[in-house]
Design a protein around this ligand. Structure first.
Ligand code: HEC
Length: 392
């Protein structure tokens, strides 16, 4: 029952998280595009009103003419739309999801004894510490480097993220390490909205209501941080889907795999940001594709080794291993899960045969299964599965 409830919780939270995340990232993309595409107004009346940029767009059968004011309009409108719940609800649903999947099941999802023999409690503490610590470091770097080049900031922050990825892949299971790098960056993005962007906007509005001139620094800071958020979206999204691709996070140098993919993602985002401004610079996506292709070649599986003279293990030899190590989760009525994860059933010889390739990949090549090795498979048993697969 508990496992069944966890599955429903994870389904509903993941669904919600995707929906609100799309709303957040969608509005972030839209506003960065808008900002980069604005042209100074030609109409003197608009200039006199303090409009610094405008554009025309058509969407869904309507014509739109957004105008951006330098600092703020002379008079506040009665109704002002804020964009904050997109971000807050993404963080809240994401935190609930990571708690349900990882913190409530830390023994199988976060701890990997072959990486570090830590307790589930320690693993959860490392996870939570990463989310909070990541924000503190980013915020300090931002304050120190606000007046310096944004490229310098980017390089320093990237080095920090890579260091975190290195540390986490030496402490937690690969999947937990990747998801926590993503969750740390995403927490930082929400922190930007919650601690800086929205309070800055509130100060501008309050100053105007008092009849004072708003401090332009609030706008500059908010813009800087919302630009950072924009570059961070693609890396975060990769981390979120990485859990479905064990070949990325189970690699011996998974931290370097993650570092390269994040770099490629940032380069792709940079291309789009420049393009909105009218500069088409193909060298950025070209570099990103070269990096991704390099990673693909690097991670490519080694060719199969020809089997040695001894008789290969048969299905009958490995079935007891599968029964002992896998069917607690991968059966029609599993004992450790509410239903067979990923729909993979391994409780009959036919089903084992049908899943041979995936069993080999997950158990031998990636060592991603058994999950967190909760059923204690031995290296010898993995070798037997390899032998059976190659001798088929
Ligand atoms: C503690 C429960 C548990 C045990 C034990 C376990 N698995 Fe899994 N398995 C999972 C979960 C959870 C997933 C889904 C992983 C995901 O969402 O990425 C999964 C997914 C899989 C997949 C599909 C992966 C994919 O992405 O195609 C295969 C194949 C698999 N397991 C094989 C095995 C084999 C073989 C064993 C035994 C050696 C085993 N599992 C033991 C929980 C378990």
């Amino acid at each position: 029952m508990d496992a069944y409830l966890i599955e429903w919780g994870s389904l509903l939270l993941r669904w919600l998280h995707l929906i609100v995340g799309i709303a957040w990232i969608g509005s972030s993309f839209y506003f960065v595009w808008l900002d980069n595409s604005l042209k100074p107004p030609t109409d003197p009346a608009l200039k006199a009103k303090g409009v610094g940029g405008e554009l025309w767009a058509v969407h869904g059968g309507g014509f739109y003419n957004p105008q951006k004011y330098l600092v703020a309009p002379a008079h506040l409108p009665d109704e002002l739309h804020w964009f904050k719940w997109e971000s807050y609800s993404t963080w809240l649903s994401g935190f609930a999801l990571i708690s349900t999947l990882y913190y409530l099941q830390a023994g199988s999802y976060m701890v990997d004894p072959s990486v570090a023999a830590i307790s589930p409690g320690t693993a959860v503490a490392i996870g939570l510490g990463t989310l909070a610590g990541g924000w503190v470091v980013y915020d300090v770097l931002c304050r120190l480097l606000i007046n310096r080049s944004q490229l310098l900031f980017g390089i320093v922050y990237y080095a920090f993220v890579v260091a975190v990825a290195w540390a986490l892949t030496h402490l937690l299971s690969g999947r937990a390490a990747f998801i926590h790098v993503g969750a740390m960056i995403a927490t930082t993005m929400s922190g930007n909205v919650f601690f800086w962007i929205i309070p800055g906007q509130k100060r501008v509005v309050a100053a105007m209501q008092r009849g004072d001139t708003p401090d332009p620094m609030d706008g500059i800071r908010a813009k800087q941080r919302s630009y950072h958020n924009n570059y961070l979206t693609l890396p975060v999204l990769f981390c979120m889907i990485s859990n479905h691709y064990a070949f990325t996070y189970t690699h011996a140098h998974a931290w370097a795999v993650l570092a390269l993919i994040i770099l490629a993602a940032v380069l792709i985002r940079h291309f789009f940001n420049l393009r909105h401004k009218g500069a088409v610079r193909w060298e950025f996506p070209a570099a990103a594709i070269a990096i991704l292709a390099g990673v693909a070649v690097w991670l490519a599986p080694a060719p199969r080794v020809a089997s040695t003279g001894t008789a290969a293990p048969t299905l009958a030899d490995i079935q007891p291993i599968i029964n002992a190590r896998c069917t607690a989760c991968h059966a029609e009525k599993p004992t450790l899960m509410a239903s067979a994860p990923a729909g993979v059933l391994l409780d009959t010889p036919q089903r084992i045969e049908a899943q041979a390739q995936r069993i080999h990949d997950q158990t031998v090549k990636l060592k991603a299964m058994p999950l967190g090795n909760v059923t204690g498979i031995t290296d010898e048993e993995r070798m037997k599965i390899a032998g059976w697969f190659e001798g088929r």
